[in-house]
Write a new protein. Sequence first.
Length: 320
Amino acid sequence: MGKSLRLSYIDWAKVICILLMISCHAGQKGLILDMTYQFHMPLFFIISGMLFRPKGIIMELKQFGFPIFFFGVVNMIYRISKHMLGGASLVASNEIMSESFKSLLLPSSISWFQGYWFVITLLLMRILMNNNLVNRFKVSICLMCIIWSSIEPFFLIPDYITSFKPYHIISCFPFFITGMLLKDKNINIIKGTFECKCIIMFVFIILTFIQGRVDLCYYQYGFNYLILFTNALLGSYIILNLVSVFPTRKYIQSLSTGTFLILGLHGLMYGYINKGIQMLSINNPYTPFLTGLIVCVLLLPIIQILEKYCPIVLGKSRKI
């Protein structure tokens, strides 16, 4: 498997996950929603693990710190401006600011930006994996995280613990480590007979019906975390094999590079796009996908400009 193919299918997989994420936030319902939540965020973490290279804690903080701050401030300014234009008092604006900063690590009525939980969890995991001791025992830690997440529902964990943002590490760490192991062991996941892939697809659908709606962000593991973990791997395998035959496209690479920007800004956009689509009397199960496509198309030229002139906004340390 050549390097270009690897990069190409990873880019495609990230973009598909981005589209699915936006479509879910934009109002996707039914079986499509349930199937998407089985794997789209876990696959993000798996891909992040596959691409991970230790850079040192300082470099991790530099690359993540600026975009986290930038997109959070953009979202906060938007919310304050919207409230002020709606006649809200200065006190309400101060409350928005207070709740926004509170959401960086603690539960809050306002998110720093939509998708922030994923970014901060990824950053904390990357910091952990820059520690040689954690890296050395990553498989053992991964197994402990799986076991704890599987038995956690049987315990009464206080809300002040589960609502603390770093607690997400426990349920997300196994997916990140899976990606690292795929890279370290040089495992070719783009293989298998057509019959085998059909069986995997069938099992994935059955487990999706068993699980129903799951959501890593809210610790909703369905029937059990172990089933969620298994089904997420099956769904990720299906997507990665599906996109492995897709051709390399520059715009797909740009959208993949701009994941941070899309996470940071899509929450400000899809509501207005949904209203515009409704005004055109377009209303069917695929409308949320159309919203996702429009968001990506609108943000693509911005990403391409930032790639060239200001990659730090995209979480990159140099011009791409």
